[in-house]
Structures are given as C-alpha cells and as structure tokens.
Design a protein around this ligand. Structure first.
Ligand SMILES: Nc1nc2c(ncn2[C@@H]2O[C@H](COP(=O)(O)OP(=O)(O)OP(=O)(O)O)[C@@H](O)[C@H]2O)c(=O)[nH]1
Ligand SMILES: [Mg+2]
Length: 615
C-alpha cells in the first residue's frame, strides 16, 4: 500500500520541521541516532539560510503503508519547482501558519494543487505561537478554497491543528494533540492510493531531476502504470502532445539503476511498479516533462511547462584591479562552462551569450534564484562580476510593451503604514487590500511592477525598524509602467587604492553609512559607502591623520566607528544602479563603479549632460 503526498506552504510555515517529526514518529531513525534539525534541508546553503531551496523526497512506513513525502520550498522564486513535483503525488498537506494565515505563496501553491484535482489535508500549524488564531485562519483557508473553486470533495478536507515543532496534531482544539497520529491517519483515510495498474505497459513522467557524477542524469517521478526492472529496455519520448507517439525520434535504452526512497536513504531496487516514486538512471537526455514508456507502447503523458524567467543579470568576467586574488576560476571560458553546466539541473534558468565573450546574460525567477547560483559558484571558487538586474519585458497581444508585476504583501504595525504607502506610491504600487487585525498590525496588499520593488526591501526594513514583514511573488505580465526613480542616495567612491584607515572613516561617517572597515583594501572606483544625500562623492578612505607636533596621544585609535553595513548578494543586487557592478569572489562581495577612474567618470558624466542638454 502506498500514499504519495506533498507538503506545501508559504515560506517558513513549518514544512521541513513537520517532515522531521513525521520521520521521527514513524520510526525512520534509530533510537539513539543523532539527527540534525530540519534534516531534509541537506545542502549547506539551505542549512545556513534556514530555507528549503530544492524539493526533496523521503518516505516513511506507517503501519504497513508506505507514505512517500515530498518536502517543497516555500519561497516564491521556487514556486515552479513545487508545481512540477505536484505531478508525482495524489494529495497534499497544506500548512498554514496559525498567526500569519494564508500568504501569497499559500494561494499560489494551493491553486496549482487544487487544479490538479489533488486531495488536501489542511494543517493549521504553529498553534503553539502566542499570537496564534487558529479559528480565524481555519476560516481564511476555507475562504481561499472557495475562492479557488475547490470541488466539493476538496472542500471536505480534514482540518488539523498542528505544531510541527512539538510534533502534534489534533482535529479539535479542545483536545490538544500529543503526536502526529491524526495526521498519518488522515493521510491514510483521505488521500487516495495511486490508481495505476501494474499490469499495463510501463509509463512514467519525469517530475524532477537529480544528477550524480557516477550515473549522470537521474529522473525522479511516480510510475504511472506498469512496472520497470533494472536492465529493461525502455523509451524516453520527446516532449509534445499527450498520446501515442509515432514517427518521432526517441531514445531507447536500458535502465541501469533504480532507487526508491526509504527514510533519508535511497535504496537500490531491482524492480518497481505503478504508484511508487522512483529514481531512474541510464539516459543522458532525461529532461523534466519527458515521458518514459515501454518500447512497445510509447504513449506520452501530459508534459510539464517550466516557468519562464522574469529577471536577468549579466555575469561578467572580473576585470577589476583585484581580479584573481581570491578565486580559482576566473577566465571567461571557466565562467561560461560553469554557467552552461548549471542548465543541466536548474531548469528555470536561462544562459545566453552576448556581444562580448566576457559577458553572459543569465535569467531566472527572481533575486533569490539568481543569488543562490552566485553564492554556490563563489563557494566553488569562482570569481565574477554581476550587473544590476533587469526585468524581462515582452510584447503583448496588441504590440504593447509589458513587464512583470508582483503581488506584494506587507504586515506592519499601524504607525508605519503611512511611510510604507508614501514610499510605494512613486514605485507605482497599487493597493489592493488593507486589513486591520485590531491588534495594532495592518496587512496591506499591492500590485506593483517587479522593477518598483528593486531596492525596496532594505528601505522597508529601515523605515519600519525591522518590525515589518514583506513578501512578494510574481503575479502576471502587465503594461510597462514607464520610468521609475532609482536609488535616492548617492555613494561614496574610493578615489585611490590602499588600505582603509579608521581616521578617514571617522571623518566621513557623519554624512555616510560605510560599507568598509579599517584594514579592508579598496581600489579606485570601488564603492566604500552610502552618501546620506543624492549624488556620488569621490573620497579618500585611506587618508592617515597628519602627523603634527601637537598630535594628541593615542589619536587615531580613539575614533569610534559605526559598524559597516553588511553587503549580501541579494542586497547588492537590489542596491546597485546601472553604472555599477557587484564583484563576487570566494572571500568578498564588493560594489564598484563600472568606470573606475575618477577622471573617466567625470568625462562620461559631462558627455551625458551635453546629450541631455541637446535633446
Ligand atoms: N512556534 C513554532 N515554530 C515553528 C513550528 N514549526 C516550525 N517552526 C519554526 O519556523 C521556522 C521555519 O521552519 P521550517 O520547517 O524551516 O519552515 P519551511 O516551511 O520548511 O520553510 P521553507 O522551506 O523555507 O519554505 C523555523 O524557525 C522553525 O523552528 C511550530 O509548530 N511552532
Ligand atoms: Mg523547508
């Protein structure tokens, strides 16, 4: 007996923590086994950031039923990944935070799952939170289901009140849960067993991809019908319309390895049959959305559309004066090869050459999607530069220019509502909804051009003194919103190479927020801080105090410095202007002007002014 379920939710609503507890309570670990928290977040970046980036399979055995579980990412940039894995399950557990309620990503994943006809189980999670309002959230989820036109059967979903952290679930709040038995039972009772007939010819859709240096590409998916054995000759059909495939080139080959999931492990098996989720290797042309079939009956399943990217950046060879100091891989050839290799598994990514061999345009689903790639590459020893992100525009039906719009949801204490609206106005945000919870918090929902959000997050955090919560996700393409104002403040640009000196920073910090600390090295054209006013300033951050006879003892060491602003990749992408670049190396992230020399920049500015005058 098998059940296949996905765990879906908005970011941070507790999916991976729930899977921990399901594994534990179903006895997937040895009694004395040390298991890390959020064990499914297995890659280093996931651990470090506490978010799930890739969907992952696991399984537990609950009283004789094998439950295949797919833990999914909640961040909006990875929504396409969730959509894909939904094709290998028969039902889903929807987690909704008992305080936050349904969020933009909750709506997105729920819509996709309901549209596929999957049966839900709703878990109102984190009921242990002091600000939890499980009953209100229960109503909101029902409202969402109705809004999304759930069928009667789907509306009949069991609702459970859960705490992923404590590992409890209960159908009734008056009777607090003591374990996850009610959740397991709901899965067994309400999620249909897969229906595929093992006696029919083999058929399986590739829902996700994995990659190993030994086996090459590995397909992961649910066997739709039939069975498959290691050594079997099978066909891998090209993409296309569902139905029988005639006269199309297909790859016939042997299955070299088969695995199924068992707890945290993959176990090698010789045979698997309809309903189970497997990993299958042996084909070099495996792609998400292709169908495996028996050679005799090449009947294609409905494919999976991979979502189109919405933003792009340029990856440029590092041509700064410090190029090659930190990185192992710095040449344009190495950069190019690495980017193209990424396409093998990162399906929502696009890489295109440009006029210059040193520059590749890389497109993705959002800043986090691209940021994760950059972070991964720098950890591997790559060094490169990145341009400011651009939104990907397209031409609408009537020949008009369109750009991506986002759905923006903001939770803030009432007193900050004014400043939020004030800032978002010029960014062309349009308010869709405002709700006052009565607890001093307001929730605001907007529709905003994706461009309008660039640089907003850091402003928002400052404006609301870190008390606000902001979420956004891609909504749709809409009319080009026209020019938008850029960054309000200018930057401080180092006017020479050298080591940063505390004395120099001490003099600058009154009118600036520094990005560098004493001892850091800078070069001419590197950005050292943010001007508190508009306009860039060229400054000398390496300036020592003049030695005079009247020099007070201790002098320099007495300067009290504010700590520099920490520049993360995603922050940098939001921050920089068109005439600036991010320099990414294994050790540092620096911001710079595209044109490094002070004089060249002045000349360029004068030329630009002349053009502006003339027009
Ligand atoms: N109070 C409380 N906190 C919880 C509960 N479940 C999870 N958390 C916390 O919420 C945070 C996010 O938990 P995760 O399990 O990583 O959430 P997720 O849904 O997997 O997040 P993404 O995969 O990034 O979308 C962690 O700090 C958890 O400790 C719960 O039941 N109660
Ligand atoms: Mg997670």
């Amino acid at each position: 007996m098998i059940r296949n379920i996905a765990i879906i939710a908005h970011v941070d609503h507790g999916k991976t923590t729930l899977v921990d507890q399901m594994l534990r309570q179903a006895g997937a670990f040895r009694a004395n086994q040390h298991v890390e928290e959020r064990v499914m977040d297995s890659n280093p970046l996931e651990k470090e950031r506490g978010i799930t980036i890739l969907a992952k399979n696991t399984s537990v055995n609950w009283h004789g039923t094998k439950i295949n579980i797919v833990d999914t990412p909640g961040h909006a940039d990875f929504g396409g990944e969730v959509e894909r894995i939904l094709r290998m399950v028969d039902g889903f557990v929807l987690l909704v935070d008992a305080a936050e309620g349904p969020m933009p990503q909750t709506r997105f994943v729920t819509r996709k799952a309901l549209a596929l006809g999957l049966k839900p189980i709703v878990a109102i999670n984190k009921i242990d939170r002091s600000d939890a309002e499980p009953l209100r959230v229960h109503d909101e989820v029902l409202g969402l289901f109705i809004d999304l036109e759930a069928t009667h059967e789907q509306l009949d979903a069991p609702f459970l009140y859960t705490s992923s952290r404590a590992g409890t679930a209960t159908p009734e709040l008056e009777h607090p849960g003591t374990n996850l038995t009610p959740l397991f039972q709901a899965v067994i009772d309400h999620i249909a067993a897969p229906t595929g007939d093992p006696e029919l010819p083999f058929q399986m859709l590739v829902s996700t991809l994995d990659f190993s240096s030994f086996l090459g590409r590995i397909a992961i998916g649910r066997i739709e019908r039939g069975r498959v054995r290691v050594g079997d000759q099978v066909s891998l059909l090209p993409m296309g319309e569902p139905g029988m495939v005639v006269d199309e080139p297909m790859e016939n080959g042997r299955v070299t390895k088969l695995y199924t999931f068992d707890g945290l492990a993959r176990v090698e098996v010789q045979e698997a049959s309809a309903g189970d989720i497997v990993c299958l290797a042996g084909f070099e042309t495996i792609e998400i959305g292709k169908t495996f079939t028996s050679v005799d009956v090449p009947e294609r399943l409905l494919g999976i559309a991979v979502e189109e990217p919405t933003i792009s950046v340029d990856f440029i060879v590092n041509n700064g004066p410090f190029a090659g100091r930190d990185g192992k891989y710095v040449t344009s050839r190495q950069l190019r090869d690495r980017l193209f290799k990424e396409l093998e598994r990162n399906v929502a990514l696009r890489v295109e050459p440009t006029d210059s061999p040193d520059t590749h345009s890389v497109s993705g689903r959002g800043e986090l999607h691209l940021g994760i790639l950059m972070e991964t590459m720098r950890r591997e020893g790559y060094e490169f530069q990145v341009s400011r992100p651009r939104v990907i525009t397209r031409i609408g039906e009537n020949g008009e220019r369109q750009e991506p719009y986002e759905e923006l949801m903001i939770d803030v204490p009432e007193e900050y509502m004014g400043v939020v609206m004030e800032r978002l106005g010029p960014r062309r945000a349009e308010m869709k909804e405002m709700r006052n919870s009565g607890t001093g918090l307001v929730r605001l929902a907007f529709r905003i051009p994706a461009r309008g959000l660039f640089g907003y997050r850091s402003e928002f955090l400052t404006d609301t003194r870190g008390t606000g919560i902001i979420h956004h996700r891609f909504l749709e393409y809409g009319p080009w919103a026209g020019p938008l104002a850029g960054r309000k403040r200018g930057v401080l640009v180092a006017d020479r190479e050298g080591s940063v000196v505390a004395f120099a920073l001490g003099n600058l910090q009154e009118r600036a927020q520094m990005f560098v600390a004493p001892g850091d090295v800078v070069y001419e054209g590197m950005i050292a801080g943010e001007n508190s006013r508009p306009g860039d300033l060229d400054v000398n951050v390496t300036k020592e105090k003049k030695l005079t006879n009247m020099r007070a003892s201790g002098s320099d060491d007495n300067v009290l410095l504010e700590p520099p602003r920490q520049i993360t990749l995603e922050y940098a992408m939001e921050y920089i202007e068109e005439d600036e670049l991010i320099e990414v190396t294994p050790k540092t992230i620096r911001l710079r002007k595209r044109v490094l020399q002070v004089n060249d920049r002045k000349k360029a500015a004068r030329a630009a002014a002349r053009v502006a005058d003339a027009s």
